[in-house]
Design a protein around this ligand. Structure first.
Ligand SMILES: *[C@@H]1O[C@H](CO)[C@@H](O)[C@H](O)[C@H]1NC(C)=O
Ligand SMILES: *[C@@H]1O[C@H](CO)[C@@H](O)[C@H](O)[C@H]1NC(C)=O
Ligand SMILES: *[C@@H]1O[C@H](CO)[C@@H](O)[C@H](O)[C@H]1NC(C)=O
Ligand SMILES: *[C@@H]1O[C@H](CO)[C@@H](O)[C@H](O)[C@H]1NC(C)=O
Ligand SMILES: *[C@@H]1O[C@H](CO)[C@@H](O)[C@H](O)[C@H]1NC(C)=O
Ligand SMILES: *[C@@H]1O[C@H](CO)[C@@H](O)[C@H](O)[C@H]1NC(C)=O
Ligand SMILES: *[C@@H]1O[C@H](CO)[C@@H](O)[C@H](O)[C@H]1NC(C)=O
Ligand SMILES: *[C@@H]1O[C@H](CO)[C@@H](O)[C@H](O)[C@H]1NC(C)=O
Ligand SMILES: *[C@@H]1O[C@H](CO)[C@@H](O)[C@H](O)[C@H]1NC(C)=O
Length: 419
């Protein structure tokens, strides 16, 4: 028996070794950076095409990569991206307007997109994407929808991803976009987009949202610090099963569902959303839902669609110096445009149910009224199963916030329960 042991062992090790050799060795591609401001995008593309399947792609520490051409990093599978260094976009607005990756929703334009399966992007607390947004703010001058403003980071058509520990600075438009997506964890991300002349042109940061989700399911967004000029997080049409936790946002427009109903005849669905432990400083709104007008008008075309929102919880919000209502249903939002009809003439349609706001503390900006709760539903919409509790937002002078409700099932105009 003893004699056979070494033979058996050899057999076992041979089998094990064979099993391991069946899976290909993990390849690593370290991306070189060119000097003299030359375009590093070709090397990035090459690294992803070589190591983007069962491999690792690494940006180098303390290294600046200049990105002058659009990145479409597609067909990735089981890839680890070590995003050290700084990825800096060029400021050639003409190039980006002509060449950004197109997505039909609001004709958006994307500068860098990842797609595929099982993608982990880790910046280890030092990775940075610099959108060099000032050039876009100066060009757009507050026109949020100006065509071609590039989105610096997008996960598009992806199944299973983790994006963590990096920052995005000076985005020219929305910062971090998720479209056609399933299963993602977004963790420990810092966003900062400011404009040199923000005081003179406060509209100048229009559309620099923090996180946007479109047609995406099962997302967790947590441990975020952001200073952005528009919605900190916006759940756009097709967003389902999303959990947001531990966010601090400065100067944003708050946490938004919508805008819904932009496209004529289209029914936009947002379902199962929880946002909790959120601090908002100097925000325009708090936690809100916004819909376009009930009829389409020009220009750009907007309104005439449908909204359907249900199962939403906003809880544990701390809000300081907010300039509009912390608890808000907003109807007939629109972009700067022509022929904007009066909301009363084009009330939106829609269905909103089981939506709650709990435990809000803080105070309002001195320049605004005292409406802590403003639920303005359209006469043509269903607003049912709404609730709020422990909304302790004071006016700037310390008075209790007031409540107003219009067309909300179960509430009178002062938001007293009627049933
Ligand atoms: C998108 O672009 C198309 C074609 O250029 C244009 O007709 C349409 O009005 C644009 N839509 C929006 C929402 O800007
Ligand atoms: C989270 O991000 C911060 C700032 O980017 C960084 O200092 C920290 O190391 C990150 N945490 C981890 C676990 O990487
Ligand atoms: C949702 O995504 C997470 C990763 O963030 C994953 O662990 C989980 O299995 C997914 N849930 C479903 C139902 O697919
Ligand atoms: C919340 O997120 C911040 C990053 O913005 C982090 O520093 C902090 O530790 C997180 N808090 C908890 C309770 O996880
Ligand atoms: C929303 O959550 C409910 C209850 O957990 C579930 O039955 C439903 O399928 C979810 N909706 C979507 C679109 O996933
Ligand atoms: C209301 O929404 C919450 C949060 O998504 C969910 O847990 C609950 O099951 C929903 N209630 C109904 C009646 O659908
Ligand atoms: C209310 O929210 C605050 C954060 O804004 C949190 O610290 C506190 O624990 C919450 N209270 C309850 C009862 O959950
Ligand atoms: C509130 O915001 C305004 C700008 O809208 C600013 O001037 C003021 O100092 C802020 N107040 C506090 C208490 O932060
Ligand atoms: C303000 O609201 C608190 C409860 O949140 C209540 O105890 C207090 O009486 C109110 N103050 C006034 C002046 O109505």
């Amino acid at each position: 028996m003893k004699l056979f042991r070494p033979v058996l062992w050899a057999l076992v090790t041979a089998l094990v070794a064979d099993t391991y050799s069946l899976s290909p060795p993990q390849q690593t591609c370290v991306i070189p950076a060119l000097k003299d401001d030359r375009d590093d995008a070709p090397a990035i593309r090459q690294a992803f095409s070589k190591c983007g399947n069962n491999g690792k792609v690494a940006f180098k520490k303390n290294t600046k990569y200049s990105i002058q051409t659009v990145l479409q990093l597609h067909n990735l599978k089981n890839v680890q991206v070590d995003m050290f260094g700084t990825l800096e976009y060029s400021t050639d607005v003409r190039y980006w307007i002509l060449h950004g990756s197109y997505y039909y929703f609001q004709n958006i334009s994307i500068a860098m997109e990842f797609s595929g399966e099982d993608i982990t992007i880790d910046g280890y607390g030092s990775g940075t994407i610099d959108g060099q947004g000032q050039v876009w703010h100066d060009l757009a001058l507050g026109v949020g929808g100006l065509y071609g403003r590039p989105i610096p980071f997008c996960l598009r058509n992806v199944k299973n991803a983790v994006a963590k520990n990096f920052e995005i600075l000076q985005s020219g438009k929305w910062n971090f976009l998720m479209v056609e997506f399933q299963n993602i964890l977004v963790d420990n991300i810092t966003l900062s987009s400011t404009s040199d002349d923000f005081q003179a042109n406060p509209g100048n940061l229009g559309n620099t949202d923090g996180f946007d989700t479109i047609n995406s399911n099962n997302i967790t967004i947590q441990n975020i610090w952001a200073d952005v000029g528009d919605d900190c997080v916006s759940f756009k049409p097709g967003s389902t099963n999303i959990h947001v936790k531990n966010l601090t946002c400065y100067n944003s427009a708050g946490i938004a569902i919508g805008s819904l109903g932009q496209y004529e005849g289209v029914r936009d669905v947002v379902e199962n959303i929880t946002a909790e432990d959120v601090s908002l400083y100097g925000s325009r709104n708090g936690a809100y839902i916004k819909t376009y007008a009930g009829k389409r008008f020009y220009w750009p075309p907007q309104g005439g669609g449908n909204g359907y929102v249900r199962n939403v919880v906003f809880k544990n919000f701390h809000i300081e110096n907010i300039t509009a209502s912390p608890v808000l249903i907003q109807q007939c939002t629109h972009w700067a445009g022509y022929n904007v009809p009066a909301c009363a003439d084009t009330p939106p349609t829609g269905f909103f149910s089981n939506i709650s706001w709990y435990n809000f503390t803080g105070y309002m900006n001195e320049k605004v009224g005292t409406k802590a709760v403003s639920w303005t539903c359209s006469p043509l919409a269903t607003c049912e199963g709404f609730s709020f509790k422990d909304i302790n937002i004071k006016s700037a002078t310390g008075a209790n916030g007031t409540y107003s409700c219009t067309n909300v099932d179960g509430y009178d105009v002062t938001c007293e329960k009627t049933k």
